[in-house]
Write a protein that binds this ligand. Structure first.
Ligand code: GUN
Length: 284
């Protein structure tokens, strides 16, 4: 699929990663320690393993030191809390990333609250969620942060724009809505209980979709010249990875659209690296 309407996340992430790499290299040359990222993977979920592997690989590439912990799915909540506390105290760890989802016997709230808010590069600690909601963010969650950069590149002007966010998760939909509200977009948050989704998306200048429902967004869901940011990732039975939007069918109608794969994913990863570097700069 080749079109100048496709927003190439991989190409746009490249200069960001290069900039981070040279920031780290020159600081290390001056005698500072490199940034440290602690990744915690619990259990054997295949997608989570792949995501964490990508994060570690990217971190290594740009000069971030990795501290990885691979834990069995039956690890107790108290043992996990102990590990988080030791990473909070670790001098050379700047960012802590606990790959989600967690096993059912572990409280997500307790775990997210245990992370030092200054090492919370995912931006999931309630203190950081609150700071974002009042427009004073410390760490912006990586996926919504990356989406803003992609939107900027699409040339759309967000102030006053009608933006529909499909999905109201704490990881994506809600922080996305806060960010866009802070930028003075008119934001509508839709989700699986929304009656007549199409009624909302058809009026949107921008649609940001994060449902994991393959090809939910079809041409009759969008207005001409809208911008579509597709966060969904679904593996079809034939092994093909697709997004929430039927990209090919939408190309004629939209102004710009992110492909899956190669759109939001690589930019999210770049933002994780950026947040880790910011956490390191706080602590240097
Ligand atoms: N699982 C799916 N998305 C994310 C994310 O952004 N951060 C973490 N830690 N886990 C995830």
């Amino acid at each position: 699929m080749h079109s100048n309407k496709l927003i190439d996340g991989r190409a746009l992430a490249e200069p960001i990663l290069e900039r981070l790499k040279s920031t780290i290299a020159s600081s290390v040359q001056e005698g500072n320690r490199p940034p440290g990222l602690c990744t915690i993977l619990i259990g054997d979920d295949l997608s989570s393993q792949i995501y964490v592997r990508h994060k570690i690989k990217q971190a290594n590439k740009i000069g971030i030191q990795n501290f990885h912990h691979d834990l069995k799915s039956d690890i107790s909540e108290s043992k996990l809390l102990e590990l988080i506390n030791s990473m909070n105290d670790h001098e050379n760890v700047d960012g802590i990333l606990i790959q989600l989802p967690l096993p059912a016997h572990i409280s997500l709230e307790k775990i997210l609250q245990a992370v030092d808010p200054f090492k919370d590069i995912d931006g999931f600690h309630p203190e950081n969620v609150g700071l974002l909601s009042i427009g004073k963010p410390r760490f912006i969650p990586c996926t919504p942060k990356g989406c803003l950069i992609l939107l900027e590149k699409s040339g759309v002007s967000l102030a006053g724009a009608n933006v529909v966010v499909v999905g109201h998760s704490n990881i994506v939909g809600k922080p996305m809505a806060h960010l866009l509200t802070n930028l003075e977009a008119t934001v509508t948050v839709c989700h699986k209980k929304t009656i007549d989704l199409k009624k909302y998306t058809r009026e949107a200048d921008v649609i940001i979709t994060a449902t994991g429902s393959a090809h939910l967004i079809q041409p009759d869901f969008v207005k001409e010249n809208s911008v579509i940011i597709d966060i969904g990732i679904t593996r079809l039975p034939n092994g093909k990875i697709v997004g929430d939007a039927n990209t090919e069918a939408l190309l004629d109608k939209v102004k710009a659209i992110t492909p899956v794969p190669g759109g939001v994913g690589p930019m999210t990863l770049a933002m994780l690296m950026e947040n880790t570097v910011e956490a390191w700069q706080f602590r240097l």
